[in-house]
Design a protein. Structure first.
Length: 358
């Protein structure tokens, strides 16, 4: 696919003809940014970045940050990192993600239970008017009650904004943007404008550059070079766009095993600051190559959330958090609460595709 010399995301079903050449219109363009455009590169690159979850979260999660969350629905969501963020506490979060998941619901529930300990200021993702609010009752409660702001994008837009954030510093290539405002407005808005190359009116999404990105991957080396099976779920773009990125990983592989199949590396160590080895770090969601969905746990949590939305009673929701998050010092403590049978069952569901090819 040919690529425009542009740094904006565009939606169109046609082809463009420029200087006699045909250019198909992808959702976004991804030229690699110069290294000096990256923010805070001291620890990027080839070095041992392994640390504990507590150290990674305490080092990077502070008040009033934009938090970019990897994963798609409940596939490879950074659940273990979210558990630690909830225990850590943070206020004034902006959540930027491609779709709702148990990770976003867990953060929303923590705010409902104790907004002085954890609070969300804004949510930017695709969900609010898609007709499936029953899948995210806690986020729906916060938005409908006016407790958080919400930007509603179409399904592809949030991912495109991460991609643009990974490669651009502005909306260059456009002759004009209707209703263009401040940089802050552009960071969260869609605009219709005339593309400088095609001359056509197109929809543009401005960049999204989280202060901190959190992603979970099935395998990586100690430097953060990650191997992913199946859908990428936006994680490479979030890691590249974010100023700092925390990566949790189910299995750390030797560097020579990663280097031996470099073409399978989906996230570069240049985009990672912290690496935390955490088996089952996406459960009760799925992580292909290790385990499938824990449907029983997902349904249990969603039932509690829906009960709260209908009744306003937080008692059962509070018990869930006290048992599974606040009552645990680490994610390993949470895993110890799960039956060995349920863990073996989700491993069986995955099918056991190997990530280590050596």
């Amino acid at each position: 696919m040919s690529v425009y010399p542009s740094t904006v995301a565009v939606t169109s079903s046609t082809h463009e003809y420029i200087d006699g050449k045909v250019y198909s219109l992808p959702d976004c363009w991804v030229p690699v940014p110069p290294v000096d455009l990256r923010r805070g590169c001291e620890k990027k690159g080839i070095c041992d970045k392994r640390t504990t979850m507590q150290e990674a979260v305490s080092r990077h999660i502070t008040d009033d940050i934009n938090l970019g969350m990897g994963g798609l629905h409940d596939t490879r969501g950074p659940v273990a990192i979210v558990h630690e963020i909830i225990r850590h506490g943070v206020r004034g979060l902006t959540l930027s993600l491609s779709s709702s998941s148990i990770c976003a619901e867990l953060l929303a529930g923590a705010m409902i239970l104790d907004p002085g300990h954890l609070s969300i200021k804004r949510i930017d993702f695709a969900w609010h008017d898609d007709g499936h609010r029953e899948m995210r009752p806690l986020l729906g409660y916060l938005v409908d009650a006016g407790m958080v702001e919400c930007s509603d994008f179409s399904i592809s837009n949030p991912g495109a904004r991460f991609t643009v954030g990974a490669c651009s510093s502005d909306l260059s290539g456009w002759q004009s943007l209707e209703d263009a405002g401040s940089a802050e407005e552009l960071n969260v808005s869609e605009r219709i404008g005339v593309h400088g190359l095609s001359g056509k009116r197109e929809t543009a999404w401005s960049f999204c550059r989280p202060d901190v990105g959190i992603v979970h991957v099935p395998a990586a080396d100690m430097c953060g070079n990650a191997r992913i099976i199946g859908a990428l779920c936006g994680c490479p773009d979030i890691a590249r766009a974010a100023a700092r990125t925390i990566m949790s990983v189910d299995q750390i592989l030797p560097q020579e095993h990663i280097c031996g199949y470099a073409g399978l590396t989906e996230i570069s160590s240049d985009d990672i600051d912290e690496v935390v080895e955490q088996p089952f770090g996406a459960t009760p969601g799925a992580c292909r190559g290790h385990y499938g969905f824990d449907i029983a746990h997902l349904l249990e949590f969603r039932t509690l959330c829906e009960e709260f939305r209908k009744s306003g009673n937080t008692d059962r929701l509070q018990k869930y958090y006290d048992r599974n998050i606040f009552g645990c010092e680490t994610f390993e403590d949470f895993l110890n609460l799960q039956s060995s049978h349920s863990l073996q069952e989700i491993i069986r569901k995955d099918g056991g595709q190997s990530l280590d090819l050596d």
